[in-house]
Design a protein around this ligand. Structure first.
Ligand code: UD1
Length: 362
């Protein structure tokens, strides 16, 4: 640190945030002295260390080893540890990303110290107020002074809700990362041999699925009975839930289960798939940008533009047994994607985030 630029803390802690930190850290370092704080919410090799390596992210300045726990335990550990750190470091602004417990814990820690918060990926709403991520994003928006929206609709909502905040439509950082990594994506069959012939790609990890054993069983059964074979990249949380409930975790003839994949490997499997079935927010947009039809295994999504453009459709996990097969049947027969791909910016979101924070400080 030179001391010649304003000091900015960038706080993150989960897989999707480490991915976004890769481009954010480069863009922010031009204008700010950066303190990178990884809460340690995600600690698995694939969810954490591999991403640092693949995406060329420098090690964080502070790794807080929060780890897993109930929402209360995890969020309060983040709050306490980040507050202790920020009280010493005293950045001019603390930037947080997305909607995880790390996002809220860090935003709250900074706010209690009267350190202004920049929320990156602000203004999204899925509609279910009690869902963990919705709660985190609403609370973080309420705390933030600088609100960087990935879409026009999110920016308009924030302008209504936060007339005092600095609201900018920056676009989505995830697109910046995707564009920068596209040249490094391997072939899908080099990731898993089952991807050599037509297949569907799947991921499931959210509490709404993993914490309901009957629904989780129905989803796995449905994935194994689709018109094309499925490659399922299994998040450690999903594996733990299956094992805890005595449900099968082994591959079958129609369902190849692989461990959670690295960023590049996951993109390779997504790009090569006839369609993707997922409950991940990140994969919904990546599928949209790559032109791969997506089925979101949730009752709602905060990425409403992907639905409106025909790139995405919802299947409520409660009805997965009856609905998933017919939806996928129709999908794989549809002509190739022609939707507009610019609903979430142009791949220069990180620069706009840096400019927004710079302008706010001025
Ligand atoms: C978190 C985010 C979610 C995001 C996801 C991306 C919250 C509330 N949720 O969900 O929005 O889409 O990250 O992956 O913050 N686990 C491991 N290894 C790890 C991390 C987690 O095995 O490195 C397992 C543990 O069993 C843990 C469980 O996953 O208890 C839940 O982890 P947690 O970080 O709380 O939430 P995610 O499900 O990963």
């Amino acid at each position: 640190m030179t001391g010649s630029k304003p000091l900015l803390a960038l706080c993150y802690g989960t897989r999707p945030q480490i991915i976004k930190a890769s481009v954010l850290r480069r863009a922010l370092a031009r204008d700010f002295d950066l303190v990178a704080v990884d809460t340690g919410q995600h600690y698995d090799f694939v969810l954490n260390e591999l991403l640092y390596r693949q995406l060329g992210v420098a090690a964080p300045d502070h790794y807080l080893e929060v780890g897993s726990g109930s929402h209360a335990t995890q969020t309060s550990a983040i709050l306490e540890r980040v507050a202790n750190l920020l009280a010493q470091v005293r950045p001019v602004v603390a930037a947080v990303i997305g909607d995880t417990n790390s996002t809220l814990g860090c935003a709250l820690a900074a706010s209690k110290l009267r350190i202004p918060v920049a929320h990156i990926e602000a203004g999204l709403r899925a509609g279910d107020r009690l869902m963990a991520e919705e709660l985190n994003r609403r609370a973080t928006d309420a705390l933030a002074s600088i609100l960087c929206a990935p879409s026009a609709a999110a920016a308009r909502r924030l302008e209504r809700e936060h007339p005092d905040g600095l609201v900018r439509e920056t676009g989505d950082i995830a697109r910046d990362v995707l564009l920068s990594q596209l040249p490094c994506i391997p072939t899908p069959e080099s990731v898993v041999p089952a991807a050599a012939s037509p297949y569907l790609f799947a991921t499931v990890h959210r509490a709404e699925l993993t914490d309901r054993p009957v629904i989780l069983r129905d989803v796995l059964t449905a994935l194994g009975s689709l018109p094309l074979p499925v490659v399922l990249a299994m998040h450690p949380r999903t594996r733990a839930a299956l094992e805890r409930n005595g449900l099968p975790v082994a591959s079958t003839a129609r369902l190849t289960i692989i461990p959670a994949a690295g960023y590049r490997e996951a993109l390779a499997l997504l790009r090569g798939a006839a369609a993707v079935l997922t409950d991940s927010g990140g994969i919904q947009r990546e599928a949209y940008w790559l032109g791969v039809p997506c089925v979101t295994l949730r009752a709602e999504t905060e990425w409403a533009e992907t639905l409106a453009l025909g790139a995405n459709r919802l299947v409520n996990p409660d009805h997965v047994a009856e609905q998933l097969g017919p939806v996928v049947e129709r999908l794989v027969q549809e002509p190739p994607a022609t939707w507009d791909r610019d609903a979430y910016g142009d791949g220069h979101a990180a620069e706009r985030v840096a400019a927004a924070i710079r302008d706010w400080i001025r």
